[in-house]
Write a protein that binds this ligand. Structure first.
Ligand code: FES
Length: 109
C-alpha cells in the first residue's frame, strides 16, 4: 500500500484505551470508536503534551488529560479549547491498520 505504513492489527485495538505508535519519529495515537479507527498526531495544540493517548474518549471526542481541551476525532477540531489535531488518513486492509506516511516538511492535515 504505497504511501502508507502498517501500524497495528485491528484486533489489537481497544475501545477502552488508545494505542500509541511512533511512525518516522512522530508520536501517533490510534482510537477505535465503534468499528472506525482514527489516528491523530499525539500532540495537544494547547501546550503540546503528548498525552492524548491517555485521554478520556466519549464517542468521537477525546479529552486531553492535561487541561481538558477536547477534540472531535473526525475533524480534529476543538470542541472545548481551540486549535486542531493533525489527522492521519487510516486504511484497514485484511485486518491490518495502515496510516498515511507524513509528507516531508508538512506532516499531516
Ligand atoms: S496540553 Fe492538552 S489541554 Fe493542555
Amino acid at each position: 500500500m504505497e504511501g502508507f505504513v502498517k501500524v497495528a492489527e485491528e484486533k489489537e485495538l481497544s475501545t477502552r484505551r488508545a494505542t500509541r505508535v511512533v511512525v518516522e519519529g512522530i508520536d501517533i495515537a490510534l482510537f477505535l470508536v465503534d468499528a472506525d479507527v482514527y489516528a491523530v498526531q499525539n500532540d495537544c495544540p494547547h501546550q503540546h503534551f503528548s498525552k492524548l493517548h491517555e485521554g478520556v474518549l466519549n464517542g468521537c471526542e477525546i479529552t486531553c488529560p492535561m487541561h481538558g481541551w477536547t477534540f472531535d476525532l473526525r475533524s480534529g477540531k476543538a470542541t472545548i479549547g481551540s486549535g486542531k489535531l493533525k489527522l492521519c488518513t487510516v486504511k484497514i486492509s485484511n485486518g491490518s491498520v495502515w496510516i498515511e506516511k507524513p509528507k516531508a516538511g508538512t506532516g499531516w492535515n
